[in-house]
Design a protein around this ligand. Sequence first.
Ligand code: ZN
Length: 313
Amino acid sequence: MARLIDEILGHASAWEQLERQRRDGHLPHALAFTGPSGIGKRRMAWALAQALLCEGENKPCGQCGSCRRVEQQQSESVLLIEPQGPQIKLEAAHQVLEFLSLRRLGAARVIIVNEAQLMNAQAANSLLKVVEEPPPNSYFIFIVPEITQLLPTLRSRSQVLRFYPLSSAELAQGEKVEAWMLKSARGSFERLAAFQDEETGELRQLAFDFLTSALSGERRGLERILGETKDREAALQSARFLQQILRDWTLLGTGEEIHSDFKSAMAGFPERLPRHKVELWRRAQQMESDLIGNVDRVLLFENFFYRSHSDLR
Ligand SMILES: [Zn+2]
């Protein structure tokens, strides 16, 4: 049993605004939560649903039957719409209309549309009327990265609430988290969780060792990275780390480095002209695009390796 809002990191002012509007009875019937992914917009939508549906005195109480059903995502008064495949299609809009036509059981009805930018025009159009004039106590929450990605007809009917990436302190929550993880997470707790995974830490080391070998022409680092990035995701992640490490190399000594724990090792790298460092970074970026385009992984790493110590000396 819990109040969902208590489990959300940061976004205190967004919650305050929503709470004030809800208490005063001025909560708009259509809201658009915007901001980068993995920072808590969806959780906030559920927390707001809990407050709207709570049967207790101090809403959300976190204790009543309704609060518990929302917490377990089993409330009949909340409808979650998410893309099935690459789009949110007309069927989803029909589901919304049907949901709104049912007899209302709780204090309100909440429709959360996650990744609302993927709603196709047909689906959005068939929702226009109910978004404009929803049945009493019905609320739409559209979740999108950027407000411009929401179809204009829905955008103009929604109050926009912007969510910002979390600060490093909010992300760390008083725990000791490695500095590179916080910097690489760019305000997203989902990304931070991915970095905290042990395998990801190994990929980062692998990318660093690969670069060290590529600069010196020593094959060992190449063989290791080829041996341990057989799946596409691992290869992609190591290409991303490679870019970050190369970026750090060009910024060495400025305090802007992401992987600051590699600083002293990087100081021992062979000398390269600044434009050569930038060129290496560009090649690592190209490698990531090529991996996404399914170019042969072995070929890409070998290319990067051989050209790093021959072309750019
Ligand atoms: Zn409650």
